[in-house]
Design a protein around this ligand. Structure first.
Ligand code: CDP
Ligand code: MG
Length: 134
């Protein structure tokens, strides 16, 4: 077990639907701690960096539209094995695979509108915390 920091972002649908409190409660109840948090408005350049693995996809413009549709809540979350742990409580990316009891399984309305981002590796966590918190 290692204490890790991960980058978590509550996406525009989470903010607009008033689900931030529930999602943060799930993260805190699991034993993770908020180290820093801020509301930010994303733009296309930062999304091209953050979602570099998706810029070639035909649906990338729709991701930009979604992710710029309102503010996001950007957070640094810390705890034992927090990177993988947050991914587990988030639930799977694919709408059909996100299990009940996970954030996405309980609330996502599609593979796109899935409420939450969490870093998927130690390298990603470091780069994303730097990208959004400097
Ligand atoms: O967010 P996660 O790391 O689970 O998945 P990703 O593959 O890195 O994709 C990033 C985000 O792009 C997803 O969370 C979805 O919001 C969106 N996406 C989409 O709209 N359609 C897909 N087929 C795949 C991802
Ligand atoms: Mg990802």
């Amino acid at each position: 077990m290692t204490v890790e920091r991960t980058y978590v972002m509550l996406k525009p649908d989470c903010v607009q639907r008033g689900l931030c409190g529930d999602v943060i409660a799930r993260i805190e109840h699991k034993g993770y701690r908020i180290v820093d948090a801020k509301m930010i408005q994303l733009d296309e350049p930062i999304l091209r960096e953050h979602y570099a693995h998706l810029t070639d996809k035909p649906f990338f413009p729709e991701i930009v539209e979604y992710m710029t549709s309102g503010p996001v809540l950007a957070m640094i979350i810390e705890g034992e094995d927090a990177i993988q742990g947050v991914r587990i409580i988030m639930g799977k990316t694919k709408f059909e695979d996100a299990e009940a009891g996970t954030i996405r399984g309980d609330y996502a309305s599609s593979t796109r509108y899935n409420l939450i981002h969490g870093s998927d590796s130690p390298e990603a966590a470091e780069a994303e915390i730097k990208r959004f918190f400097g």
